[in-house]
Structures are given as C-alpha cells and as structure tokens.
Design a protein around this ligand. Sequence first.
Ligand SMILES: [Zn+2]
Ligand SMILES: [Zn+2]
Length: 368
Amino acid sequence: MSNTIAPIKKKQSNGASAESKTTMKGLVYNGPGKIEYKDVPKPIIKKPTDAIVKIVKTTICGTDLGILHGKTPSVKSGTTLGHEGIAVIEEVGTGVNNFKKGDRVIISCITACGTCEYCKKQMYGHCKDGGWILGNLINGTQAEYVRIPYADNSLYMAPKGMDDEALVMLSDILPTGHEMGVINGCVKPGDTIAIIGAGPIGMSTLLTAQFYSPAKIYMIDLDQNRLELAKKWGATDIINSGTNDAIKKIMSETGDGVDVAIEAVGAPATFNICQQIVRPGGHIANIGVHGKSVDLQIQDLWIRNITITMGLVNTNTTPMLLKTVESGKIQPEKLITHHFKLNDIIKAYEVFGNAAKEKAMKVILTNQ
Ligand SMILES: [Zn+2]
Ligand SMILES: [Zn+2]
C-alpha cells in the first residue's frame, strides 16, 4: 500500500476483513501448551499511523512461556506470539513521520498512541489504544513481518553500528527490570538489595541496579549456573535457595533485612521471601507475572512501613537505557546464550523452556 492511497481505499483497509493475500511464517499460539510455526497472512497497513516492519532478530520471553502455561487468558488462539525484536521498516502509513522504509528500528514491547491520558503521564503500558498488545491482543514479533501500530511512538531508531542483539534487550527486559524493579524499588547508593530470580528479568535488574551504586546485591535462585553468572555480572552475594535457607541467611547477615527486595519470578514462594527479608521502611518491588494469588502478610508488614509496588513496564526509560547500551556502560548482549534461525523457533522454545538443563538465558532468533 502506498502513501498516496485514496480515502475510499483507506476505509476499506480499516475493515476487519482486510487481509493480505500473501503469506509469511509466524509462531502461532493454538491454546495452552500448543504452538505451531506456520503460514499466516502477511500484515498490511490498517491505519495511517501503522508501520510494517521486517523482523531482523527476535527472542522468546518468560511471558511467552507463561502464555503457553495458560497464565495469560487474554491471548486468543491463532495469535502470533512475541513482543521483542529489532527490524527494518518495510512500509509506513501516511501518518508516520519519524520513520521511512529501510530504517533499522527497535520494537518496544509497549505500543503507545502518545496522546491519551496515560501516555501523557508516560504510563505507556496503560495506553488506552495500546499498552502490551503485541503478541497478546494483536499478532507479535515471532514472525517474518509485524504490523506496529502508532509506529512513531512505539519504535526507536537503532543507532548505526550497534550490536543488533544487544538492542533486542531494550524491547522489554532492560526497561522492565529497571523500571519495575530498580526505580519502583527506589534503589539508592549504599543500599542492600536482594533480587529473587536470576532469569533474564532478574539479570536485567542486576545490571541496571548498578547505575545507583547499591552497596550489597544479593541474588537468589535455585539454579547454581545462573547464580555464578550473576556473581560475574555484579552480584556481591549469591544464595541457592534450594540448598540454603535464603531468609535465615539474609536476616543473620544483615541484622534487620534488606532495603529493597525485588521479586523477579512471579510465584507465591518468591514473593514470600521478599516479605520476610524487607527491613522497616523498605520496598518490595514485584516484577514477576503472577498467575495466582499470593499470601500478603499485611499483619506483619503494616507496622514496618513497607512500600509494595508492582506493574507493567512503562518504557519511559527506554531512551535513557539505549544511551547506556550505546556507551557500553552496560552490555546486555552477555545475557544471550543461544542462537537459532527464526524457522527453528519450535526448537528454541524447547531450549528456553528447559532453561536450567540447557543453561539458557536469552535466545536470539534471526530471520534469514
Ligand atoms: Zn517480555
Ligand atoms: Zn496512549
């Protein structure tokens, strides 16, 4: 579709029946536990603010595994999954001003209209016509092409000469760890903090927490391999909660607990560790996606002046994080452990789904 489209045709293209006649490959969710890499319609521009991008590299998120485990009922059968990646602009609608065909872009996991009440508060995750929709309410990035609504506000130009794979980490995990863990937790110089969960989100939290110079960073996980990596990447103390009582150890070493306890798993047991180790006046910053309720120990917490935060990433710090990656202050590419071609994505899901056995952290899929 060209930029000189006649109004009458534009109307037709907004219709739900408008579909491309050509096909591409995409990773389609077919209900809990079921995915298939198959031919799907190639996306087309539906609104003037859309862009169609060709995926260069994408990845699989813990959230995608959560969808497969039935944690996210908003995802309907037939949806192409994925909300991270870098891409090249294939085509833009007439209302897109910041990008043109051939531009290399970072796709944000959050779509932002830029004009609604929430966007004006930089709470893009709650955009009234966007938020987390890619690979959730609309087709996502684990495909050869994707339609990006509100392209001007939902894409970032990839700086020239930068490592593509490092940039993929800016789509979701770096802003999520930074905003929902470090910023919500109010990490300050000299703090003692604990990150529960050494997966990609926990590791992103570990990398970005160091901007604020905490004195002590505990990393807690069941996977010794991940803990050893955390130690290399800045954790001062690691605790394997499978072989150690993490709560007892932290309380005996700190006296009255940590300033900030960051939950990066999304399970009742890990949330409970946070409640037990946070000191008076401290923060519990929940990042994990919980598929069920947790037991909130409000009868103990209330008198200790604890702040509990949770939420969906805003992505308002993405431009700042991009600068820190560009300058080499952080090197998120070290989180990447496995590479696959996009058409081997089923195999990639198997590896990522068995992360402990496969020693997998972040997998990269290249569209060739
Ligand atoms: Zn994600
Ligand atoms: Zn909005």
